[in-house]
Design a protein around this ligand. Structure first.
Ligand SMILES: Nc1ncnc2c1ncn2[C@@H]1O[C@H](COP(=O)(O)OP(=O)(O)OP(=O)(O)O)[C@@H](O)[C@H]1O
Ligand SMILES: [Mg+2]
Length: 536
């Protein structure tokens, strides 16, 4: 051992002497060239090769870095005895990672690899278009040259896959928001995240079980459909439009989708996005296996129907929706993004998102950066949306969330009172069945009655039945009054004006039918799968 140290010391001594000799005799260029050659020689002789996986790759976050971090945090054979422990705000799990310059040994198909976490101080910055973190982080992977093919061929894919699996199983899902506006954090992220804890599942979601199953199957087909999308040359993404009155479970459905697939949610607040390019940057920073949500799309943007030139459509419509309309979406007329924005910008404090920009966001080339992503738009007023948004390929499935139906009611009774169908008397069930759809109560309203009386289940049932009956009666009276009013008006219209009257009537009905039937714009209604959860 002593002999080993003596030899090492003498080699170091000779090297130091050699370096000082180089400094005095040779100019810097020659010295640099010499070191380069020595370095090459060393690499050539070494049995190892090294791969650096940096945290930030140019302007983008390196997904491989995050995957490696997660993968290593689950591994047990830590050589270093210092680990960094982290627990996110409200998170239920602790993750541990390698501290600075610590190492971890892993094996894959009999091949031994060594991971090292390298953290170095960033050089003082000259100019950068965005603030960069103070330290540079990277993982260095050391493998024997002879094992290079195995590692590059399948180990890194294995790491990515394992990390995704871990993220889905163990880690809390994340809910991202862009509420900070266009500003980036020190790591260049425009999104802020919190652990996603919404407990809604498809089991607790009150809607027609058949329709529910259809949506679940569609989601599963999507998640398992990488080969299909590859074969058919389609981008691996899917769009859902959820529409219906406030309180019918649109947001609950999104949470259920995320919990079902184990995806993260990006809740895109359009009123915080100012330009199409900002929208594109946000999209670039979303990860795969995620749901990108734009809630109350008719309220958060000012949609103008391209059929009515210059008309102002949506805005402020939906009850329970987000109120102010800051961002402007100009009419879609095939002009390039930004073309319709000039007016919008003038009217609306410089916000220049155009409808074409939004459409590019969902199905343009940029929408394919990353994969396995679901877009979900929600609205209370489908009739206010531009047909361009509803056309096929954009929103693949239109799902109508309706007032509480009898099957939905049974799910709510199970959720809140623990009652199965068999626990209720037939007579009571029949009464519920008779009134529930006539009452046009939302699942949210029904839930309220049940939550309020959940300590006394009998009372909850009685009160719910009474409320339903009362509402059904009230609606019946209102409808009767309306019919009488219409009849009266029809009698008052002179015979010569009949044709006009018919036209007006027809136009009005068309709009109503759109919501009732869940169909969309005339040319486009075959485009997407339409699901109405309302039972006839
Ligand atoms: N279909 C449903 N199944 C189960 N619970 C529901 C359903 N619809 C509404 N609820 C209950 O009502 C509350 C409000 O529902 P949710 O926020 O999902 O409605 P929404 O359709 O998104 O409304 P808005 O249009 O106002 O955004 C939820 O907390 C949930 O408990
Ligand atoms: Mg909602």
């Amino acid at each position: 051992m002593i002999q080993y140290w003596t030899t090492l010391a003498s080699v170091m001594g000779v090297w130091a002497f050699f370096q000082s000799l180089m400094h005095t005799v040779f100019p810097p260029e020659i010295r640099f060239l010499f070191l380069k050659i020595v370095h090459r020689l060393f690499n050539w002789c070494s049995v190892y090769c090294y791969y650096d996986i940096t945290e930030i790759d140019g302007v983008n976050t390196n997904e491989l870095y995050n995957a490696v971090q997660l993968y290593l945090s689950s591994s047990a054979s830590i050589i270093g005895n210092r680990l960094s422990l982290t627990r996110g705000l409200n998170s239920s799990s602790i993750t541990f990672g390698l501290s600075n310059n610590d190492r971890l040994v892993d094996s894959f198909n009999g091949v031994i690899v060594i991971w090292e976490h390298v953290v170095t101080q960033r050089q003082s910055q000259t100019f950068s278009w965005r603030p960069l973190p103070e330290d540079k982080r990277a993982f260095t992977l050391r493998v024997k040259k002879k094992d290079k093919a195995v590692i590059l061929g399948s180990y890194l894919d294995f790491v990515m896959e394992k990390a995704n699996e871990l993220r889905r199983k163990n880690q809390d899902r994340l809910l991202y928001t862009n509420s900070r506006g266009g500003s980036l954090d020190s790591r260049g992220h425009p999104w802020e995240s919190v652990p996603f804890k919404h407990p809604s599942t498809f089991e607790t979601l009150a809607m027609d079980p058949e329709k529910k199953r259809e949506i679940m199957n569609d989601l599963l087909d999507f998640a398992n459909g990488e080969g299909f999308y590859q074969r058919t040359g389609r981008a691996w993404k899917r769009g859902y439009l959820l529409y219906g009155p406030p309180g019918t479970g649109k947001s609950s459905m999104i949470a259920a989708m995320a919990n079902f697939l184990g995806y993260d949610i990006y809740d895109l607040e359009l009123t915080e996005v100012h330009t199409n390019s900002e929208l594109r940057k946000l999209l670039m920073k979303t990860s795969s296996k995620s749901i990108i949500v734009i809630e109350d799309i008719d309220c958060s943007i000012n949609l103008t129907n391209r059929k009515k030139s210059g008309g102002s459509g949506g805005g402020g419509g939906g009850g329970g929706g987000r109120s102010s309309s800051n961002a402007v979406v100009s009419s879609y007329d095939g002009s390039p993004p930004g073309a319709g924005a000039v007016n919008g910008g003038g009217e609306d404090g410089g916000n220049t998102i155009t409808l074409s920009g939004l459409l590019n966001f969902t199905d343009g080339l940029w929408s394919c950066c990353g994969s396995e992503r679901i877009f979900v738009f929600t609205t209370n007023h489908i009739e206010k949306l531009d047909p361009a948004l509803l056309r096929s390929g954009r929103m693949d499935m239109h799902v109508f969330m309706s007032y509480c139906s009898f099957p939905s009611l049974k799910i709510l009774l199970k959720n809140y009172l623990g009652y199965d169908e068999s626990d209720l008397e037939n007579k009571m069930l029949e009464q519920f069945e008779e009134v529930v759809e006539k009452a046009e109560m939302t699942p949210a309203d029904v839930s309220e009655v049940l939550i309020k009386n959940r300590r006394d289940k009998e009372k909850a049932l009685r009160e719910l039945l009474e409320t339903l009956k009362m509402k059904a009666e009230k609606l019946k009276c209102m409808k009767k009054d309306e019919d009488e009013e219409q009849e009266k008006r029809a009698l008052e219209i002179p015979k010569g004006a009949k044709v006009d009257g018919d036209d007006v009537q027809k136009g009005g009905n068309e709009e109503e039918n759109l919501v009732e039937d869940g169909s969309v714009d005339g040319d486009d209604d075959n485009a997407a799968t339409t699901i109405t959860s309302k039972l006839n």
